[in-house]
Design a protein around this ligand. Structure first.
Ligand SMILES: C[S@@+](CC[C@H](N)C(=O)[O-])C[C@H]1O[C@@H](n2cnc3c(N)ncnc32)[C@H](O)[C@@H]1O
Ligand code: SF4
Length: 432
């Protein structure tokens, strides 16, 4: 939980970026995240940064702005970038025509080298992902796709304003596999209004018939103060905390019964998927895009609201399209907030990464005092609940604890812990 600094100097970021890029590019390559914010209709539960419009003439300007942002980053690089990981997220990337996605990516690839072991993925909406999208992106090196399924129940779909016949999900999945995509992920959410154990059981039974290679089973995040669409349904229709836990447990039980492995942090994967292999061999990594099998320290986030990181800093782009365009028009990186990590941040970031990717960590001696002061009481509670085993300053997540990985990571989040002490609040994360 970094504390963003609203008054960051873009020049300071630019020089940090250049320094880190020079050290990292040849060694590990870089990751790219591109945020494509437009959607044709509003799903009322949605917590993402998106812009609803049916006017597709917005595509051209946005693609041109991203290419310009990429070129601003290119001017900070002293060598040709080696792209190892690339993810198109949103919003809805498949709102854009296949031709426009081709224009965007071809412009970026023209000035880069693609890493031998690259991993390219995109988020597709089952209602508007076409064969042309799948073919074009496959031709550009994409082998992974993630489909937003959420829930198949007609009543739930009605209340979340996302009418999406299960046939659409199957059509896109089958088409992707025929073309040669090797990993299909489905996003599901538990805790949505009107969901019941019966309805979610049916959604999950239907889901596993298509054998997605990965499943992200997200806890519904209710944040009506930032996501105004969530005010459109009655809070009484939301499951209680107890009911929500039952929804999660039911889902997990069915996934495990059908051969899925719990990777942690809401993610399940078939043993044939790379993510599982990486979780077993200790090569799993996590960044702002989620779990990955690639490990790069430089992540360039292009587009409105995207987050970038250099290993020792984070930055976030302008959150509104209007402000984003303003920066780009003036030939300046659209960075609006940022944070420079100190040595302690970097060590605690590593402990949290170890817990979320490898299920264990060892606290270095230099941090023992601060852990005792800020984290120990919460760690002891987690141990009492059977979620971790503490052996001195070694922390091991138990099998039960895997479902509570977020809570365990929160116990090591110094900013969160300091904030709790300052505000007198014991915020036990509602990770489930
Ligand atoms: C940015 S969306 C992109 C997917 C694409 N636009 C679609 O809807 O199919 C990525 C995922 O975030 C998840 N998501 C969005 N809002 C959420 C919320 N309030 N709580 C939990 N997960 C959420 C959904 O599962 C969604 O598929
Ligand atoms: S869930 Fe996807 S399609 Fe729906 S509003 Fe959010 S980003 Fe757009």
């Amino acid at each position: 939980m970094p504390i963003w600094n609203e008054r960051v100097a873009v020049s300071e970021f630019s020089s940090t970026f250049t320094r880190q890029f020079t050290m990292e590019n040849k060694l590990n390559g870089i990751s790219l995240y591109i945020h494509l914010p437009f959607c044709e209709s509003l799903c009322t539960y949605c917590g993402c940064n998106k812009k609803i419009t049916t006017n597709h003439s917005v595509e051209d300007d946005y693609i041109s702005a991203i290419i310009k942002e990429w070129n601003l980053y290119r001017s900070l690089m002293d060598d040709t970038p080696v792209i190892r990981e690339l993810h198109l997220g949103g919003g809805t990337p498949t709102f854009f025509s296949a031709n426009n996605l081709d224009r965007l990516l071809s412009a970026i690839f023209k000035t880069s080298v693609i890493h031998k072991q690259h991993e390219f993925s995109f988020e597709g909406h089952p209602n508007n992902t076409t064969e042309a999208h799948l073919e074009t992106l496959y031709g550009l090196g994409f082998r992974r796709l993630s489909l937003g399924v959420q829930d198949n129940d007609p009543e739930v779909q009605r209340i979340i304003n996302r009418i999406q016949p299960v046939e659409n999900v199957r059509r896109v999945t089958d088409a992707a596999r025929n073309i040669g995509y090797t990993s299909v992920n489905y996003d599901l959410i538990y805790g949505l209004p009107l969901q019941s154990v019966e309805s979610i059981t049916q959604t999950i039974q239907q889901t596993i018939l298509s054998k997605p290679d990965r499943i992200a089973f997200y806890s519904y995040a209710h944040v009506p103060w930032t996501s105004k669409g969530q005010r459109l349904f009655d809070e009484h229709d939301l499951p209680s905390a107890d009911e929500k836990l039952k929804l999660y447990q039911k889902g997990k039980e069915i996934f495990i019964e059908h051969g899925y492995c719990d990777i942690g942090m809401d993610h399940f994967a078939l043993p044939t998927d790379d993510l599982y292999e990486a979780s077993i061999t200790g090569h799993l990594h996590r960044n702002f895009m989620g779990y990955t099998t690639q490990h790069t320290n430089i992540l360039i986030g292009l587009g409105v609201s995207s987050i970038s990181s250099t290993g020792n800093s984070f930055s976030q782009n302008a959150k509104t399209i209007h402000n984003y365009y303003d920066h780009i028009k003036n030939d300046v990186l659209p960075v609006e907030k940022g944070y420079f990590l100190n040595d302690e941040d970097i060590r605690f970031g590593k402990y949290i990464l170890d817990i979320s990717c490898r299920g264990k960590t060892t606290i270095e001696k230099v941090d023992w005092d601060i852990v005792e002061e800020l984290c120990l009481s919460e760690l002891l509670e987690l141990e009492k609940d059977g979620l971790i085993i503490l052996n001195g300053f070694e922390i091991q997540v138990t099998a039960t604890g895997k479902s509570f990985t977020r809570n365990i990571c929160s116990a090591l989040d110094l900013y969160l812990q300091k904030n709790k002490i300052n505000t007198g609040k014991r915020i036990f994360s509602n990770a489930i």
